[in-house]
Write a protein that binds this ligand. Sequence first.
Ligand code: ADE
Length: 414
Amino acid sequence: MSVVRDPSLAPAGRRKIAWAARHMPVLESLARELEASGELRGRRLTLCLHLEAKTARLAEALHQAGAEVSVAGSNPLSTQDDVAAALAEEGVEVFAWRGATPEEYRDFLERALAHRPELLIDDGADLVSLLHSERRDLLGGVLGGAEETTTGIQRLRALEAEGLLAFPVMATNDGLAKHLFDNRYGTGQSVWDAIMRTTNLTVAGKTAVVLGYGWCGKGVAARAAGLGARVIVCEVDPVAANEALMDGFQVMPALEAAGQGDFFVTVTGMREVLRREHFERMRDGAVLANAGHFDVEISKPDLSALAVRREEARPHVESYVLADGRRLHLLAEGRLVNLAAGDGHPAEIMDLSFSLQVEAIRYVARHADELGPRLVPIPRELDERVLGRRLAALGVRIDRLTPEQEAYRRSWRV
Ligand code: ADE
C-alpha cells in the first residue's frame, strides 16, 4: 500500500505528468518498445528518485511495461505530493511525501525495498547504501542497478574501492546522453529558474559566484552569464579552474569572492564549501543557493550560530539576520534548489536522462552475470541509441561517413 500525503491531489498530478510525457518522445518510444518486448515483465524494480512529473512518467512507463515498481523520493524536499498521489493511483507503489522527516525518509526507503528488488534506479545511492549496510539480507536478490547523479557515483566508487559493492551498477551519470545535457543544460536552466522564481530579483548586472566547475557548475555559470551576471568561479581543481578562465570567468578563492557576490551557488558535492568565514564577509542581501545533491555544501550550523534571528522572507527564502543587521538569504533550506524550490530539469532534458536509465537497466537485466559486482561504464551504443532517437524525434538528420571515409578512419597508412 502506497504512502502519499493526500490522494485527492491526484488530478493535478496527472495533468503535470501528461504535460511532461508530451515532451519526452524518446522515453515514450522506449516505453512502447519495452511493452512489446515484454523483457521487464514481472521484474521487481525499486526507484529512489526525485519524485516529480518526469520521474513519475518513467515509473509509469516501467509499470506499463509489466514491471512491478516501487518508488521512494530521493530528497525530503523534492517530492511533489500531487504527482506522488497520481502515480500511486496508477498502481505503482509510492512511498514519499514532501517535507519528510529524517525518520520518515528512512522509513520510505525501507518500505520501497520491502518489494525485494531485482533492479534498482538510484539518485544519490541511498538505496545502495542502505542495502549494503542495514539491509544486507536483500543483497542476494539484486541483479544490479543504475545511478543517476555525480554524488551517487562518488559514493559507489568509495564502496567499490573498499571491495564491498555486491552487484553491478551502471554509471548512468557518466553517460554522454546524461551529463553533457542534464548536468550542464538541465542544471544551468533549472537552478536559475528556481532562484529567480523564489527571489523575484534580477540577475542582470549582479555578481554570481559559482562554487564548483564540474558539468553542473559549467551550466550554472554559463546561464548566469547569459542572464547578464558577472560570474566568479571558485574551484579546487586546477584543470577545472583553467577551463573556467578560458570560458571567460574570473577565478578566485571562495574567501575572496565572499565579499563580492550577490548570488552564491554551490555545486561541488563537497561539505561546508560556504561556512562561517565566508558568511562573515558577505554583503547584506546575499542570496545563498545549493545545487549539489546533499544539503551540506552551505553550512547551516554556522549560519545559525552567526544569526541573531531567522525570518521567513518569502516561500523557500529564509533570512538569517546577523548581529550587525546584515541579512543572508538561504533558499530551500540549503537543499538542492532546482528541485526543492522548482520543478527540476526541463522535460526534454529528463527525457534523455531517464531514457538512458531505461537502457541501462535493460542492459543490466540482460548482462548481470557477465558484468560482475562493479561500477559499469555506460556502453557507447546506449548513448547513441538515446541520442539518435532524440534527433529522430526532433526531425534532425545528420551525415554518415561514406565507405571510403570509414576505411580512411580505420587505416594508419598515409
Ligand atoms: N527530475 C528528476 N530527477 C532529477 C534530477 N536528478 N535533477 C533534476 N531534475 C530532476
